[in-house]
Structure formats: C-alpha cells, structure tokens
Design a protein around this ligand. Sequence first.
Ligand code: ZN
Length: 350
Amino acid sequence: MEFFYHPDQERHAPPSFLLRGRQVASPEGPVRARMLLEGLASLGIAVTSPATTDSPRLRERLARVHTRRYLDFLETIHARWSALPEAAEVVSPNVHPCGGGHHYPRHPVGQVGWHMHDMACPLTADTFRGVMANAASAEAAAEAVLAGAASAYALCRPPGHHAGPDRAGGFCFLNNSALAAEVLRERYARVAILDVDLHHGNGTQDIFYARGDVWTGSVHADPADFYPFFWGGADETGEGEGRGANLNVPLPLGSDGTAFMAALETLIEAMSSFQAEALVVPLGLDAHRDDPLAGLALETEDFEAIGRRLAAIALPTVLIQEGGYPTEHLGRNLAAFMRGFNGAERLGEG
Ligand code: ZN
C-alpha cells in the first residue's frame, strides 16, 4: 500500500471559524496532519510526497469535478478581496443567494457568498496553494492504483467531501475523493465511492448525482439533526442517468459501532449490484465517540472492523482522508483502520 502527503498542505491554516455565532479556534488545522502522521508512524508507515503540487493535468482533472468558474474563484479571490477597502485578512462570506439567486455577481463579496455556503471555509493568502497540494496527494494515490497498487492512501487535509461542483463548505474547498474517482475512471468504467465520514458527503453526492458511471453511498449522522443539514436523506437516490446510483444511510445521533457496521453492510450490498471495478473511500474518523464534532459513538476498534470490511470488498481502492478532529485518539483511529484494512502483516506492501 502506498501513502501520500505533501507538506505544502499546511499552507492552509485557517485561524478560526464560526460556531453557533462565536468565532472559535478552528479544529481543522495542520495539527490534524501531524496527529495522523504519528498514527501512521506507529505502524512504521512513512508517506511519500507527490512529485508536483500543480500541473496542467491536475487542473484538467479538477475541472471534471468542479466548474472552471469556481476553480478561478479559489485561485484569484484572495487578491481581489484584499483590494477592497478595509477588507479582513481572511476571506469569508456575509451574504448568500438563499433560494437560488438569478445571476452571478461581479463583486468579490457577492462571489464569496455564491461559492461559500457556510462560515467554515476561511480562505487565506496561502489557501489555494495548500488545497492544490492536497488535491495532488489524492491524485498521486489514485495514480498509484492505476499503476498497479492494490490500494493507496492520501492524507488529505483539509477534507474535501463537502465541496460541490461550484461551492466550498464544511472546511472543504476541492473535493479530493471526487477527484480520485475521476482519475480512476480513466481506466475503470464503473467506480464506487463509499463515504464513512461522520458527515454526509454532500459535495460528492452533488458532483455525481446525475451520473450513472460513479456510484455514491454514505453512512452518516442524520442530517435532520446534524451538518450538512440540507442533504443526506435516504430519499436522495440520484437523478437522470444517476437514478439509483446514490444511497444514503443516515443514523440517529449517538449511534454506536454495531449500528454503523449494519449501515455499512446495507451500503455494500447495494453497491454490489452496481458492479464497481474500483473503489474510493472518503475516510472520515470523526464518528469516534470523543470527536469534538460529536455525532456518533464509535470506538477505536470499530475503525479496525470498518477497515477489515472494506478490504474484503477486494477492489482496487483509494483511501482519501476526510474528517476526524484533534483528540488523543485521532492517530490511533487511523492506525486501527489501517491494521484492519491491511492486516498487520501486509502493511507497507503494494
Ligand atoms: Zn466529517
């Protein structure tokens, strides 16, 4: 198995975010990567940096999952925002086109409101370079599988699965899991994405909702009571050519590992009729009982069971880090997943 991470991902270091109306220190920072790297190191695993963090090919692949307009926005908005009188150092929205809106604005403040659907995506001068390095790690993991590795992992941070075709949200700017699926599609006709993060992968669902070539499934805390609130219901099953190729299994808040594994089984059974040739796993670790985002109640050993079950699907697999926030358990939860996925004796092998 191959493991990827680029130090430039730390360039995105958001200072704060808005929680119930208060500016608080963001739980999504570079410290997460250090904890996750420590978890891998405890198993003797070292990571490889992708050769480049930006390339015409990466940009072309990103344009298959995001709009060109959104990619241009991410690259240019900080400079345009900073030129406004009395602008703060960090880009964040204060107006949204709730209900849709009729036209795309020219003014930076309007564009920020259009493309950032919540207050959890503060964008700094270095954010674009950071999230491009992040996407490059996901791309490298998918390319490793195309080159013959049975599986690969990208330590992506910030996460990506809340980023939609035209939108940032929930700490996410570029959808790394969708990008990995798109790279796998260059060889495999049918790719499945099985999201085990605490939160519904609403950005990923939106990107592939009308496509029949990429199946998307997600187990998560019930969005009736939990972020992302407006997506993730069991009745969202795809549209057009994608009809029947999306499955959500929401769980009541506080559900434990037994309920989670039953939901995972439901997803895997539904996925089997899709006959996927390759798999992407948006790998959140925030369903742990002590995670500060506090939605479900998994134990560390549950992540080992999840890893074991996903490995038993026996498809070429790209694992993309999603959520999982600072606690003393974060690194151990990743190590537990990897022990389950690989079996201790196979760690580090292709
Ligand atoms: Zn999450």
